[in-house]
Design a protein around this ligand. Structure first.
Ligand SMILES: [Fe+2]
Length: 248
């Protein structure tokens, strides 16, 4: 398994507070069979400069790698970021925010309302040669209330990520996104060992039981393709339709 969205780097965001927690999270990931992790600390382009964020991320990564045993865990590591959506992304140099040596960018959206200029900015990013991965799409009410809005972004070239926690909590919309073929990546988005834990293994078990082994293979392949910078081959998703007030 590969975890493409997590907050394991120490002391940089609302994830691991210190190196001890980072190590405990890595041990748990390892125990579950995770072989590759991309670190995705929060980056808010409207709150902090790119240079400052990259400096902090570098120092935090160095701190993590200095912990005895971490480099010998048998896990491949990569740096990335969870970028909070801003129309400012049009003007930003995005290369160093991508999963290292790829053109994939993890982008988080606000949970209250669909941001003004979303389609325009994402299209612009795609036209510049990047591929946005929309983080934990099960959270956004403007997609949940009308999933065709998300479908339109998929058609434009976005990739969709859902959190393993949403699957394990039985959130219907997360299961529907899988059923419709609208979600390509499952990640833990782990922050700590109490409430937002590494939980990929259990989510994959659920997917195996509900959808079958081929779905698990497909999700793992997609995660591998993003991690290694290969093209993610996506079958055309089913467009959701509203029937008697329910999205099917
Ligand atoms: Fe996150």
């Amino acid at each position: 398994m590969l975890d493409l969205h997590c907050h394991i780097l120490p002391g940089i965001d609302d994830g691991a507070k210190n190196s001890e927690i980072s190590l405990a999270l890595l041990n748990e990931e390892m125990k579950q069979g995770v072989k590759a992790i991309a670190f995705t600390p929060h980056f808010h382009p409207n709150r902090v400069s790119l240079e400052e964020f990259l400096g902090r991320r570098e120092r935090s990564f160095e701190k993590l790698m200095a912990i005895p045993g971490v480099s010998d865990m048998g896990i491949k590591f990569k740096l990335a970021a969870e970028i909070f959506f801003s129309n400012k992304l049009n003007e930003l140099e995005l290369d160093e925010l991508c999963y290292t040596d790829t053109n994939y960018l993890l982008i988080e959206l606000p949970t209250d309302e669909r941001p003004y200029g979303l389609t325009h900015t994402l299209t612009d990013i795609i036209n510049r040669g990047y591929q946005p991965i929309l983080a934990h799409v099960e959270r956004y009410p403007y997609f949940t209330s009308d999933p065709t809005r998300l479908y339109d972004l998929l058609e434009r070239g976005c990739i969709v990520q859902i959190n393993s926690g949403a699957i394990l909590d039985g959130q219907k919309i997360a299961i529907k996104y899988i059923k419709w073929g609208m979600a390509q990546i499952i990640s833990s988005d782990c922050h700590n060992l109490k409430s937002r834990t590494p939980n990929l293994r259990d989510a994959y078990s659920y997917v195996r039981k509900k959808f079958g082994e081929e779905y698990v293979d497909w999700f793992e392949k997609n995660a591998r393709d993003v991690f290694t910078g290969r093209y993610v081959d996506m079958p055309v998703p089913k467009k959701p339709k509203k029937v008697m007030g329910i999205w099917l």
